[in-house]
Design a protein around this ligand. Sequence first.
Ligand SMILES: NC(=O)c1ccc[n+]([C@@H]2O[C@H](COP(=O)([O-])OP(=O)(O)OC[C@H]3O[C@@H](n4cnc5c(N)ncnc54)[C@H](OP(=O)(O)O)[C@@H]3O)[C@@H](O)[C@H]2O)c1
Length: 315
Amino acid sequence: MEKKIIAVAGATGAQGGGLVRAILADPTGGFAARALTRDPNSAKAKELAALGAEVVAANLDDPESLARAFAGTHGAYCVTFFWDHFSADKEAAEVESMAKAAKAAGVKHVIWSTLEDTRLRVPLGDNRMPTLQERFKVPHFDGKGSSDHFFTDLGVPTTFLLTSFYWDNLIHFGMGPKKGEDGKLAFVLPMADKKLPGIAAEDIGRCAYGIFKAGDKYLGRTVGIAGEHPTGAQMAKGLTDALGQEVMYGYVPPEVYRTFGFPGADDLANMFQYKRDFEAEFCAPRDLSLSRALNPKLQTFAEWAKANRDRIPIG
Ligand SMILES: NC(=O)c1ccc[n+]([C@@H]2O[C@H](COP(=O)([O-])OP(=O)(O)OC[C@H]3O[C@@H](n4cnc5c(N)ncnc54)[C@H](OP(=O)(O)O)[C@@H]3O)[C@@H](O)[C@H]2O)c1
């Protein structure tokens, strides 16, 4: 039987890479992976080709390349890359281009990797957190959430995937434990004692594959995924066990986190404040048993930390 092709944006990255590998790891599953990249000659693109992916040149900022990339596909995994440019407007333009390309190609199932528009709970006039870039509270959330309509307006059959905090941020985003002046390791988050839904980045693509495999079941629905909803203290315990040395949890209030000064610190501080202040609302849609049903390999934080103990930098 002919395989159903899934076009995967960000295929050389975290979310898309996980999906491409999940598709290729299941050769009898009925799906084939079309990996989108701006540079088919890069080492990462060649790695995907060697695994069996069809590698296709595409740039989210070039609608014609998206038209070619989506042609003849059953499904498309759509994701944008806020941290490459810090612009919610650019994300919105890219989502609109992907939605139009999916519509024109007659794609039967889009998964759009979105996040909440936080302004629905914290309007711009609410001074509990500063307004950023003039129109946003959490730009990298708001730009995604407010772009969902591009798919619905065009009637593109879409599953809206609410992802969670990548535990891999401890490796790649400088969020790992740091040694204090007393020589002790501390893991800081602006979460107080609230739960932070999180996930191993590789598990996002595996969950997305579960959604494609389920056929029409999740079309038109919002599906939230997480590997676990641990508190900062529980994450510190997981790190202690994985690293074999004590890691304390430290609460840094968002007001302080905001002053850390690295690019995007204000956006992340507002994000954590939103997750802290709307704990129940943020956790509820990120259903752990559904995530596990979609992806039986789903990792807990302790499992992820153990498997990655040698990759977590200690500052
Ligand atoms: N970090 C977190 O905790 C977290 C949690 C939830 C959601 N997110 C969201 O996840 C998104 C990023 O996804 P990711 O982590 O999977 O990305 P990633 O690992 O940074 O990968 C991005 C890939 O996308 C490709 N790319 C970049 N710009 C492109 C463009 N204009 N056109 C086509 N391809 C392009 C690049 O591949 P080539 O160079 O090969 O083209 C790159 O390998 C962000 O928007 C972020 O807000 C992050």
